[in-house]
Ligand binder design. Sequence first.
Ligand code: HEM
Length: 368
Amino acid sequence: ETNKVSSRNTDNSQSFQRAPSRIKVEKKLTETHSYNSLQGSLRYDYYNESCPLAEKIVRTTVHELFNGRRNVAPALLRLLFHDCFVEGCDASVLLDAADGIASEKDSPPNESLKGFDLIDIIKLKLEKECPGIVSCADIVVLAARESVLLAGGPFYPLYTGRRDSTVSFQEVATYELPTPQDDLSKLIETFASRGFDQRETVSLLGAHSTGTIRCKFFFNRLYNFSGTQEPDPSIDTEFLSLLRSKCNRSQTSSSPLSISPSLSPSPSSSVNRLSTASFKDPVMKMDYEGPGTGFGTVYYSSLLQGKGLLFVDQQLTAGEETETWVRAYASDVSLFQRDFGLTMNKLSNLQVLTAPMGQVRLNCRKVN
Ligand code: HEM
């Protein structure tokens, strides 16, 4: 186990805006709030001297990629979650299997993770500009921030200076990443173990406003909920028909329990997962009401109508406190955007590695 600097940000009182001028907002927040003492040796604009164009390169590359394929944004956002939740934001999720390394990519919850090729593209550009300077862990958080903006979410400031791990944590990924079948208490417990309270947990799940979910992850809710041969009674009836029409028994090839940790891991981790992933299963779009319907609000108002896709999503309305936040976010988009920015910032700072620990990997898939 590597040593990590615990850098949990406890001062979340500042208000983040959807910012037209990111530099101004970032500088202001940095000047007025003592992030430095809270975040180890992460710094505002860490690459200012060593690679001044670093953040701009990440930004423009993500935009270019997004213009080619819209699924770039959800892929990069999910990648951040799966990196940071497993022993911190250290790019451990990017390591391929190698001698002595059992890759996190081969753990069941990561089986459908995408975006590794996108990180490679960004890294290649950064290596050309300033070799050996910008860590893969910083690329993951910066690319996710850009993706949130492109998906219609808020801007939030980020410190940089993360370093990359030299180890990967396949077991942790297998057993500690949440699953779609988790109930409310399990969900709360998992997020609390990473320092997120209920309000923060509810806001983070707002990430499920964008992207797609394969039918197999909620298939049992449609046809055979908890072995009853009946649908999940919490699903709105009309929505149930819609979901059943998208996800019928003949199309959905794999078992609804196929994300269970007991299943064998996915094959080779070196495939280009974004462009070659040809999932047999049909998918449901998270923004099924149409793109541009608002990052956040639609997700929460759908939950209030019994239209959550995953069981775990719908569970947010099963507890008094979580339901209060679902209601608040459904009716107040700026409250959601502010909270989401804060929690994404906090997620991006989980247990980071800073110098002299870790390394700056030259190839994000391999230890130097
Ligand atoms: C209880 C917690 C969570 C569970 C069980 C969960 C599970 C899932 C599952 C099963 C999918 C569909 C994958 C597929 O069809 O291949 C998914 C997609 C996604 N998740 Fe989560 N998730 C959780 C929390 C989060 C959080 C906290 C974030 C980000 C902050 C996030 C971001 C995403 C995104 C953006 C997608 C769409 C990916 C794409 O379209 O490429 N999820 N999630």
